[in-house]
Design a protein around this ligand. Structure first.
Ligand code: FAD
Length: 313
């Protein structure tokens, strides 16, 4: 066994896997293999695995449900940490909830509804983990998850040491489908890891919450290709009026006609790129470029990706 593998195995035990195919962990179903793969079942696992990757100087990434990423066909050279941490503490009197970042959004919604706590109903139908949603400030209908966040606990790099720190929502500098941490990703270097989040919700009757979640989901089903393989909206909207929506600009530019191999633009929603069969990550990226070029030619507007390209391109 080489030294690196030995170090990782020592710290992570039997759960360390090698050469894992990432396409099965991505909702758009593309991507090659990663060198190492570890499933973190708790915050302790998450902290331990990040520490061992950092100490051994290997690239690592936190994977939620893979619903907003496109992984390269050449895979990820390093350790992928699948975040399954799922603790939750509900304080009904204070209308506060503290959750682990690996908890699924759907699970969070069901649990807060059972405790008559509302506010997050607009998140209904959005796949993914709490950590992925906070990282990309997910949401719908002009609401974002950050509207309900009070603070977050992160694993950060400070003077070459990994430390746990809490920050209030202002520190996160949330923007439309982005956060300070997502912006940090563009400049390289160490990106903090979201460990837990504290939400401030509002008292609401369970029946009322479930009704509004169902309505939101039904609306999403009409407007979005939910049953197909995608990574959600590919490009960010430019603003909140319908004419500033990336889907509108793509549709008006004729993007729905485009396809590259099995990658195609959804006929239902032009901002969704679909893997309709055996598309490669390269096909997806090529199609996205063609679609963005069409908008630039027609509107002189450069669309910015909401999804992230991950791995060795
Ligand atoms: C059918 C469909 C519909 C969708 N509809 C919507 C919608 O209506 N609105 C919307 O906003 N989004 C939507 N999305 C996109 C996606 O669901 C969200 O962006 C989701 O929040 C991503 O969460 P995830 O756990 O899958 O993140 P992943 O895709 O696994 O990761 C995304 C990024 O977050 C980082 N990350 C994940 N967890 C952590 C953590 N704990 N700490 C630090 N970084 C982390 C990853 O490293 C990666 O860079 C949709 C996607 C699909 C497939």
């Amino acid at each position: 066994m080489d030294t690196l593998k030995e170090n990782l195995s020592q710290a992570l035990g039997d759960k360390l896997e090698t050469n894992v195919l990432l396409s099965k962990y991505s909702t758009i179903d593309v991507g090659g293999i990663c060198d190492y793969f570890f499933t973190a079942e708790s915050i302790e696992d998450l902290v331990r695995s990040v520490n061992v990757a950092y100490e051994n100087k290997i690239p690592f990434m936190i994977l939620g449900w893979g619903s907003n990423i496109v992984v390269s066909d050449f895979g990820f050279p390093g350790l992928v940490i699948k975040n399954n941490s799922s603790g939750i503490v509900i304080n009904t009197d204070g209308c506060e909830v503290i959750v682990d970042s690996g908890l699924g959004i759907s699970k969070l919604l069901a649990m807060v509804a059972s405790n008559d706590l509302g506010g997050l109903e607009f998140m209904s139908g959005i796949p993914g983990t709490v950590g992925g949603a906070i990282y990309g400030n997910s949401g719908s209908k002009n609401y974002s998850i950050s509207d309900y966040i009070k603070n977050v606990t992160l694993l950060e790099l400070v003077a070459d040491n990994l430390v746990l720190r809490s920050h209030d929502r202002e520190w996160m500098e949330f923007e439309h489908r982005s956060s300070k941490i997502k912006e940090m990703n563009k400049t390289g270097g160490f990106k903090p890891i979201i460990l837990t989040a504290r939400f401030r919700l509002t008292p609401k009757r369970k029946e009322e919450i479930l009704n509004s979640m169902q309505e939101n989901l039904a609306e999403k089903r009409v407007g979005q290709p939910l049953g197909e393989k995608s990574a959600g909206c590919f490009f960010k909207n430019l603003g909140f009026v319908p004419e500033q929506a990336a889907g509108y600009l793509l549709d008006k530019s004729g993007a729905k006609k485009l396809r590259v191999g099995d990658a195609r633009v959804s006929k239902k929603h032009a901002n969704f790129i679909i893997n309709s069969g055996k598309a490669s990550a390269k096909d997806i990226r090529k199609l996205a470029k063609k679609a963005a070029d069409l908008v630039e030619d027609n509107f002189k507007i450069k669309l910015e990706e909401e999804i992230e390209y991950v791995g060795k391109w």
